[in-house]
Design a binder for this molecule. Structure first.
Ligand code: HXC
Length: 510
């Protein structure tokens, strides 16, 4: 028996060494942690249980029969994050560059299947040179098996990708189909074709970082939800993030004790809206002042800044915040902001997370760039997402809610449960000036008349009371009491039941 135990320990030690001390040193020299060190940081202490440590590849070509490393470049298993079960795979760049073989793919598929069965999130720590070149089509098949599972798991269990090294070629499509992508600055990059191919095809000279680094994808393409400074910061933030999401579509997001009083009045909110209707203010301030302990886990902060998305808590319960941001492009809706918010709304709806929407929107951004880019279809995504959502939906119009954008932003008409407005709200087809220029075009050369008409229009429509008289908003509330009113509403809606008609699936305008 002793001999067998010794053999087991030897095999385990060998597997834990991955591609060997030298390659581990290279990994560290690049400022990266090893696959195992990453898992240690992600999971609660001593909670990680590894599966398939002894799996090896079955490739014989190109001398591969002589190169076998237990685990085959990926560590898979499950553990707990703040006491809740999570499945994870962590690609080991020290073993064949973390490249994906058929065996490596089978290991990932196994934990994905099990995560779906037990209802636990799947976290992928990606650090891989892509398809195992020596294996050819077998590794491509492995990718496809993972892709298929990404799709089946979508909306069943949360899937989060943390890209911590290379992720190139078709390999990018697994993270792309997960719910969130986080990337580590300087070490992570994602692209469909690398700099060399780009140079050949388009003659552009571009580095890995500029083409597909964390900054690029979190600010230019919107592919990544966050760019994090280094491995440690990334994994700590990931742990924090997991606290906002449920384990599966059958559960609610975990509630947490809070000492923040529900009835905390924020007097400063009474003066958040500037006197002048076109003067911007920071909507982030409202979110932070309303959320428990001022905590707002913002996603995509550097992309489509005219809309804010992220998680916070009200009375200990996670909510998704969606808010127009007046300090960026006056908070208008455009292609990028519509897509950004639509995907977030759909995530919240999949996973039973109530949505709190703060509205200050002058409308959709006009222009050929937007029309040629398909704002009609992209704007419809956000409309569709809000309309389809059956989770509790709370809306507060802080200032402008004009035109189609009023309808889109979780209005009463899209089954908003509780729709409030602040006293400064202006709910109308358009702003007073634009409206008067159209309906009193004949008076346009008479500034005094135009001014009088504008004032008349403002008086009549640029307020919350017309919408209030029609029942489109439930109440006009004092800004200082927003937190209290939202917490109360959320409590009321905790057992909300609403189902959409049966269908195979909807056909969102993609
Ligand atoms: C097998 C690989 C590998 C791969 C890297 N290695 N990528 N082995 N298959 N895809 C091995 C290297 O041979 C090396 O082995 C070790 O990993 C480390 O690689 P280095 O090149 O030394 O590291 P680095 O300089 O950091 O460069 C990393 C890299 C580079 C940029 C990722 O390795 C690279 O370009 N790899 C190939 C990328 C690629 O073309 N992949 C296929 C993409 S197509 P030793 O023994 O020397 O340590 C694809 C299709 C997916 O993925 C389709 C899905 C539908």
């Amino acid at each position: 028996m002793q001999k067998i135990i010794e053999k087991l320990e030897y095999m385990q030690a060998e597997a834990r060494l991955g591609g060997g001390r030298q390659r581990i040193d290279v990994q560290h020299a690049k400022g990266k942690l090893t696959a195992r060190e990453r898992l240690e940081l992600l999971f609660d202490e001593d909670s990680f249980e590894e599966w398939d440590m002894f799996v090896e590849h079955d490739c014989h070509d190109f001398g591969m029969h002589a190169q076998r490393i237990r685990g085959d470049g990926v560590i898979t298993g499950h553990g707990t994050v703040d006491g809740r079960s999570v499945f994870a795979f962590s690609q080991d760049f020290t073993v064949f560059g973390g490249s994906l073989s058929a065996a490596h793919a089978r290991k990932i598929c196994k934990i994905m299947d099990q995560a779906m069965r037990v209802g636990a999130p799947i976290v992928g720590l990606n650090d891989s040179g892509g398809a195992r070149i020596q294996e050819g089509v077998a590794s491509l098949a492995g990718y496809a098996d993972v892709f298929q599972r990404n799709v089946l798991a979508s909306g069943v269990v949360p899937q989060i990708s943390m890209v911590m090294g290379p992720c190139a070629g078709g390999a990018v499509y697994s993270p792309a189909m997960t719910d969130f992508i986080f990337m580590v600055k300087d070490s992570a990059y994602m692209y469909v074709t690398g700099p060399e191919v780009v140079k050949t095809v388009t003659h552009e000279d571009v580095t890995h970082e500029v083409l597909g680094g964390a900054i690029t994808h979190s600010s230019k393409s919107g592919v990544a939800d966050l760019a994090l400074d280094d491995d440690v910061e990334a994994l700590l933030q990931l742990r924090r993030f997991m606290g906002f999401i449920p384990s599966s579509n059958r559960e609610r997001a975990p509630a947490r004790e809070t000492r923040d009083p529900v009835d905390r009045a924020e007097m400063s909110l009474d003066t958040l809206i500037p006197e002048h209707p076109n003067k911007p203010y920071d909507m982030r301030e409202l979110i932070v002042k309303v959320a428990d302990e001022g905590e707002f886990f913002e996603l995509q902060p550097d992309y489509a800044g005219n809309i804010l998305i992220g998680f916070g808590r009200l009375e200990g319960h996670p909510v998704g915040f969606v808010a127009n941001q007046p300090i960026v492009s006056a908070g208008c809706l455009d292609i990028d902001s519509s897509r950004k918010a639509a995907r977030f709304v759909r995530f919240c709806d999949c996973f039973n997370i109530p949505i709190v929407t703060f509205v200050d929107v002058p409308g959709f951004l006009p222009g050929t760039q937007q029309e040629y880019g398909g704002i009609i279809k992209h704007g419809a995504k956000l409309l569709f997402a809000f309309a389809e959502a059956t989770v509790p939906k709370l809306t507060v119009i802080t200032r402008k809610a004009y035109g189609g954008a009023y309808d889109v932003m979780s209005s009463k008409h899209l089954r908003g449960d509780v729709n409030y407005a602040w006293p400064a709200a202006e709910i109308a087809v358009m702003g007073p000036q634009g409206a008067v220029e159209i309906i009193f075009r004949k008076d346009r050369d008479d500034p005094a008349k135009i001014e009088a008409r504008t004032e008349e229009y403002r008086e009549k429509f640029a307020n919350p009371f017309v919408a209030g008289s029609l029942g489109f908003i439930d109440d006009v509330i004092m800004p200082r009491g927003t937190r209290r009113r939202l917490c109360k509403a959320l409590r009321l809606l905790r057992n909300k039941q609403l189902e959409n008609p049966w269908k195979k699936h909807s056909n969102i305008p993609l």
